[in-house]
Design a protein around this ligand. Structure first.
Ligand code: KG4
Ligand code: ZN
Length: 333
């Protein structure tokens, strides 16, 4: 079995995965959403302190599996340096004290392998990764052969939901609440420009859309009646539609060049129902297989890190405690 640790942002999570079968033997995640919600976003130092509290508590529950462990895996990039540090420090300590090899896992590969938790891997695949930190189209041929073919030039898809939510004082994370508000809103009430719609390039941008939303909110707030709940529903609905339309426009452009056999959406924001429905329709039209991770594995978790670690274990892709480093960003896989 492999014990894996995830602490790249605001979720403290540990999993135990059986190497031979990919079976998830144990999995726990303690989310910090409530604590960060007060601030409208993740506060790195607070997140690090909460990991220090949560990770040892979870680890305590895993002790019975220690005799069966063959390796310790941990997310080392990308993420917040102060929070990654907590997971990596714990992994190093376990590696030394249990005399087990250490595996450094790329968090983005984790999101991709969330598709294969307790399953066999299905690659090659074209993947849309939408999270709080990333908006990318990735061509994944194998664990060690992945290429980013499109990315955002500023904010990410998930981040734009968080920012809209913050502007409307709806708390953090923004994705689920903006999606909920959208259900009661009119998608056509506010005219919002689809980002980069005239550009032939396949890339994403969300800062302009966020600013357009901000102007509408400010106008409503300064109006005689102030901003109403219905205004908020309509803002969320118009924003969500435009944010997803932007992705759809670029995907359609991409598929004009090459239609993949298999397509997947991963990352925390891949839970978005409207995005899933639009992509489902597009995949049916092109006869593509669509892969989605289970909703419980969309957001950050250690089960997906453990699933990658199983493959790295088979490749003997270990790292020494002196060599393992933390990277807040990574350009390429
Ligand atoms: O993958 P994740 O848990 O953390 C990162 O690696 O960033 O993704 C979290 C992001 C947040 O920005 C959150 O607002 C967004 O995913 N998210 C959503 C939805 N659920 C979560 N965005 C849009 N619609 C959703 N339903
Ligand atoms: Zn993530």
């Amino acid at each position: 079995m492999i014990l894996s640790i995830e602490s790249s942002c605001d979720d403290s999570s540990i999993a135990i995965t059986e190497i031979k079968t990919n079976k998830l033997i144990y999995h726990k995640k303690i989310s910090q959403e409530l604590q960060h919600s007060l601030y409208g976003g993740v506060v790195p130092e607070l997140a690090a302190r909460l990991h220090v509290e949560a990770l040892p508590k979870i680890l305590e529950e895993c002790k019975e599996y220690f005799p069966f462990l063959k390796a310790i895996a941990v997310t080392n990039a990308p993420g917040l340096s102060v929070t990654l540090m907590e997971g990596v420090t714990m992994a190093k300590a376990l590696s030394i004290s249990l005399n087990l090899p250490l595996i450094a896992v790329n968090h983005l590969k984790g999101h991709i392998y969330s598709l294969f938790i307790e399953k066999e891997e299905v690659l090659p695949m074209t993947i849309l990764l939408v999270s709080g930190g990333h908006t990318q189209i990735i061509e994944a041929n194998s664990l060690t052969d992945m290429k980013v073919i499109a990315t955002t030039i500023d904010d990410s898809f998930g981040e734009s939901f968080d920012k809209v939510s913050k502007m409307l004082h709806l708390g953090y994370p923004g994705g689920p609440v903006v999606q909920e508000y959208s259900l009661k809103g009119d998608v056509n009430r506010f005219e919002l420009p689809i980002p980069l719609s005239q550009s032939p390039k396949i890339e994403f941008s969300y800062s302009g859309l966020k600013n357009a939303v901000r102007l509408h909110i400010e106008k409503l707030e300064n109006s005689e009646d102030g901003i109403t709940e219905q205004d908020k529903y309509d803002i969320c609905a118009s924003f969500q539609k435009t944010a997803v339309d932007h992705i759809m426009q670029k995907l359609k452009k991409q598929f004009k060049q090459k239609v993949p056999k298999n397509f997947a959406i991963v990352g925390g924001a891949s839970a978005n129902i409207y995005l899933r429905a639009q992509i489902d329709e597009l995949c049916k039209k092109h006869n593509m297989g669509l892969y989605l991770s289970e909703l419980k594995y969309c957001s950050d978790n250690a089960a997906m890190i453990g699933r990658v670690a199983v493959e790295q274990y088979k490749l003997k892709d270990f790292i020494s405690i002196e060599e393992i480093d933390i990277q807040t960003r990574i350009k390429e896989f």
